[in-house]
Design a protein. Structure first.
Length: 303
């Protein structure tokens, strides 16, 4: 059984359809990214999965339970990290975790969670004295202290500096290594590329793409860019017609955009070898996940 199963999910607010018949699965132990612009239906979908919002139609199973009817037993099996959380700044890190741990029947020892998130030296520090990165680690600790099987991470590194982001990534990878299932939202495509096993892109309330980050970057008719330089720019006039009509100038060099990079690159290299020409600075740039994401979502901002 998958950790999450969503079939033909709909959610409407009066006459406004926020989610329009989406389908996806999340396997146990997987890091799954749900991507989409603001207003695309992403937050509504997450709230339905977490049991905080009722769906209009469709079937949803989370850890084998309908989240609408899961009750306390279900909520103890999930951890949620919101974009921001209201914590008592006067409590220490240790006191805050102990307070939250007391709410769960199978909680982890607070000291173990503090060690896992790397805040051992802040156990007695008041929450109000923590840096942004440390505060975000504490948010994650609060989601972990109940020993959840499934963790929802909503924009976990927003506002982080590069070092803090890398630290958060390492922590998420550690959780995956412990067998936790993670559902992640992020506007940072490099973060998704680094962390996620699979991703789904939601736009206008519909899933418009689903697959591994690499497969999404390779999908569809998006163009690969081949760039190079010739010692004598006039040599470009000798290119075969099929290549010559594709070549365009770029930053003092030449560029070819194509949806068939293997064939075009092979033909270009054969041509250069036949004439003993150097294709200096030769580079092949496939569409990035961010390129694909922007293309998929540019026409459907949702509601």
């Amino acid at each position: 059984m998958s950790a999450i199963e969503v079939e033909n999910l709909f959610k409407s607010y009066g006459r406004v359809a926020a989610v329009r018949g989406i389908n996806f699965r999340v396997e146990k132990g997987e890091v799954f990214a749900l991507l989409g612009p603001n207003g695309a239906g992403k937050t509504t979908t997450l709230e339905i999965l977490e049991g905080h919002r009722r769906r209009s139609a469709g079937r949803v199973s989370v850890l084998g339970v309908d989240p609408e009817r899961g009750g306390r037993a279900f909520r103890e099996r999930i951890g949620i990290v919101l974009q921001s959380a209201g914590l008592d700044g006067e409590l220490t890190v240790g006191e805050t975790l102990a307070l939250y741990a007391a709410s769960y029947s199978r909680s982890l020892p607070a000291e173990d969670v503090i060690a896992l998130i790397g805040l051992e030296d802040k156990t007695r520090a008041r929450v109000k004295t923590l840096s942004g990165g440390q505060r975000r680690r504490l948010d994650l600790a609060l989601a972990l202290v109940g020993n959840p099987d499934l963790i929802f991470l909503d924009e976990p590194t927003t506002g982080f500096d590069p070092a803090a982001r890398r630290g958060a990534w390492e922590l998420i990878e550690r959780l995956r290594g412990l067998g936790r299932t993670i559902v992640l939202t992020s506007h940072y495509m490099d973060e998704v590329q680094h962390l996620a096993d699979r991703a789904a892109v939601i736009s206008g309330g519909r899933i418009v793409a689903d697959g591994s980050p690499d497969s999404l970057g390779r999908s569809g008719p998006r163009q690969t860019v081949i760039s190079f330089r010739l010692a004598d720019p006039r040599t470009v006039d000798q290119l075969p017609l099929e290549l010559g009509r594709l070549v365009m100038p770029e930053d003092g060099g030449l560029m070819i955009r194509t949806t068939d990079p293997v064939r075009v690159l092979s033909r270009l290299c054969d041509w250069a070898l036949e004439r003993d020409l150097d294709l200096s600075g030769l580079q092949v740039a496939r569409p990035s996940l961010e390129d694909v994401y922007l293309e998929l979502t540019e026409d459907g901002r949702g509601v």
